[in-house]
Design a protein around this ligand. Sequence first.
Ligand SMILES: Cc1ncc(COP(=O)(O)O)c(C=O)c1O
Length: 446
Amino acid sequence: MATASRPEPGGTPVLLPDGAELQGGRLAIGGCDVGALAARFGTPLLILDRATIDHRLAEFAGVLGGPERVVYAGKALLCVALCELLDAAGASLDVGSAGELATALAAGFPAERIVLHGNNKSLAELETAAHHGVGRVVLDSFDEIARVAEVRPRCRLLVRVTPGVAVETHEFIRTGQEGSKFGFPTGPHALEALRRALALPGCDTVGVHLHLGSQIVDLDAFARAAERIAALLARARDELGFVASEIDAGGGFGIAYTPDDRVPPPERAAKAVVGALSGALRRAGLPEARIYLEPGRAIVGPAGVTVYTVGTVKRLPGRTWVAVDGGMADNPRPMLYGARYHAFDPTRIDAPAGSPVSLAGRYCESGDVLVHDAALPEGVAPGDLVCLAATGAYTYAMASNYNRVGRPAVVLVDGGVATEIVARETPADLLRLDRHLDGRPAGWRG
Ligand SMILES: Cc1ncc(COP(=O)(O)O)c(C=O)c1O
């Protein structure tokens, strides 16, 4: 069967969003038939299930003791409507650039619940953050501490530390290991950073931040990191008289992308981090700290499903190429990280699968292959729909206009209602910034 995993109450992992239902072999999400959504909004289309986002935010909030302790990582996916949804849930928001900050502010997201990140924040970004009253800034380098001294934001500060724990994940998304470009190693560098941060006038240095990496499934890594954090904070107490009241332990919780993936459910993962940190602080004789987490992928990843339309089927000796109307520009993860996905036809999810096919994108790169061994229905043909599951995170957020193709639309589905929360990019959008040789706006004459 060319199936996609169905949601199993209490079971993990699941590939489809919580709001997924199968109705006579057709997939519906949030009460909306996926085939009908494709007809109405066109393809490629990113469908986001609100129920999944709400459930996952609530799960993390339950473990952490409050929705504001869930600092959604905007880099996974950000747009105005998503900020509104996060605000309604009472969550906090991690932004890593002036653009992400502008998106949050445009949504009316409370600046006090925004955490500013980045390993190279510009003076202008720090000034904008200070101007709008961003609640927390995470310090990443000595140069940045000097910039913050210039800007004098009235906010809370955390020092980002790298505990020297290398997690098992793709090397591009590993961040907490020794030699990482992020943060201060948890030895003399981190102590010096804390010392300088504590000396900044007008700000309140409250603790440390760590982020080990992304798509982590081995929870022991968090326990190893917790011991190093507690050791650092014990030294900070002894040598600087500083007692941390906050620890932001980052995100990184893995999700299932294929039916073979086994990942800890979010609640278990969050409990493991909180338990490890609390235990390590206690053993080091330190008081409890407020613990924050920054999940991105674990919130929006499983909420998303991308729908494509098949355009060509090329049956060659030894391989069949099925090409869809999207690919590496709307989802660069297969090319960037060798990421694997599960493909299926949302209008006949129970149809018997033919021989495996290669699901190719439409872009001018041989490496633009979304799935190398897709089990699509026998006789797949132009006009058929193909879905990839678990595409909510790091797809649209990393999308490009390669080949001058517009980025897809994004729809949020909930209770039988589909709302377009990001419109499809048009040729006019693509030409908006172009100028003729004489400097006149180019415009679209289509
Ligand atoms: C500082 C920080 N926090 C949180 C995240 C979110 O990670 P994930 O989406 O894996 O939960 C990232 C991702 O790179 C990050 O760099």
